[in-house]
Design a protein around this ligand. Structure first.
Ligand code: NDP
Length: 337
């Protein structure tokens, strides 16, 4: 059973292993496999589920909602997001305008088959909408009871600070940030994490396994494992490219003795690693098969001694990305149509 952690300075507890369905539900995997993965998560004690309106252009929310049908709502924490374009791609089917935020939450609730989500997240920062307008829309959604808490994803430290201040004035709290974080991608450590600690936000981190790369299954010079994300022509293969270099893959293979020493599998080591950071409330893990969920959840509650954390740093060396500027650099420069 995964351990629970508080989300930011709130009273909400979430399972530190959270299940996410980006690239899988409604896309890479068939619906019966998706449902089996959700049930494997529930069986393993995972109660927190993360999705977004944009995943598989709204299909992922539907698949997750269907898979969770019949579960006791109070025993689940359901998270979704708004920002990226959905639907037919009209001028207001994107961004964080009041119009799109208000319309998107209604669509998400319908697809998820619930009256409220526990956490509603701004999936990116919208440079084309005044932040005041977005935060007012979020405040109204909280007052309407359609979302219990509000978070952001891939915002810079300055954007988090500005959003947090406005939320406070409007009488609600920004409690979470959802950034990419793994042994290979540590760009939040210098700015986003200290700011979040100061303001009372937690991180819910995505791609803790670097999309499967840190599982060690991609071996340099060997064929890609069949059915893996690196072979997924519906989007996965493109998304994982950043990590698919010989240097990264070779160094990842060298982590195996560290995992062995801890009695963990490589996927478990990757997930346990992000959970060593006490500002991380949850590792958001994806899965294309139910067995992966059962394996990954065992990373909960593991302590990695300081000397092994240092050895991991030595092994990965220069392939680790730490530049805090990457959050802004990777962000969309204008609203995406
Ligand atoms: P991971 O780094 O956990 O990668 C998951 C993938 O790795 C699986 O789909 C599977 O792919 C492979 N894998 C998982 N477990 C194992 C295992 N035990 N052995 C071997 N391979 C394994 O996370 P994701 O990249 O999927 O992201 C997780 C979640 O984070 C998303 O679902 C979403 O909720 C969130 N997210 C948020 C973003 C944001 O902008 N806010 C962006 C991206 C993700 P396969 O079997 O196909 O190789």
């Amino acid at each position: 059973m995964p351990t629970y952690r508080y989300l930011g300075n709130s009273g909400l507890k979430i399972s530190e292993i959270t299940y996410g369905n980006w690239l899988t539900h409604g896309s890479q995997v068939e619906n019966d496999v998706a449902t089996a993965c959700v049930h494997a998560a529930l069986d393993a004690g995972i109660s927190t589920f993360d999705t977004a309106d944009v995943y598989a252009n709204t299909k992922a929310e539907q698949v997750l909602g269907d898979a969770l049908k019949g579960q006791r709502r109070e025993s689940l924490e359901i998270f979704t997001k708004v920002y990226w374009p959905t639907g037919p791609g009209g001028p207001n089917d994107t961004g964080l305008s009041r119009k799109h935020v208000m319309e998107s939450i209604n669509g998400s609730l319908k697809r998820l088959g619930t009256d409220y989500v526990d956490l509603y997240q701004a999936h990116r920062y919208d440079t084309e909408t005044p932040l005041e307008e977005t935060m007012q829309a979020f405040a109204d959604i909280v007052r309407q009871g359609k979302a219990l808490y509000i978070g952001v994803s891939e915002w810079t430290a300055d954007q988090i600070r500005a959003g947090h201040a406005l939320a406070k004035d409007l009488g609600f709290q920004l409690i979470s940030s959802q950034p990419q974080y793994s042994m290979l991608w540590r760009v939040i450590e210098d700015e986003v994490v200290p700011t979040s600690r100061e303001l009372g936000l937690s991180q819910i981190v995505w791609s803790p396994m670097a999309q499967g790369v840190l599982s060690g299954k991609y071996v340099p010079g060997r064929p890609l494992p069949q059915g893996s994300r690196a072979t997924d022509d519906k989007g996965g293969a493109r998304m994982i490219q950043r990590f698919m270099t010989d240097d990264v893959l070779t160094r990842v293979q060298n982590l195996k003795p560290v995992a062995d020493e801890l009695g963990l599998t490589m996927p478990q080591l990757a997930v346990a690693w992000v959970l060593q950071n006490d500002n991380v409330a949850a590792a958001l893990v994806g899965a294309s098969r139910p067995e992966q969920v059962a394996e990954n959840v065992k990373a909960s509650g593991v302590t990695i001694p300081a000397e092994l954390m240092a050895r991991i740093d030595e092994i990965l060396g220069g392939v680790v990305e730490r530049d805090p500027g990457k959050t802004a650099e990777d962000a969309p420069q204008g609203r995406v149509a």
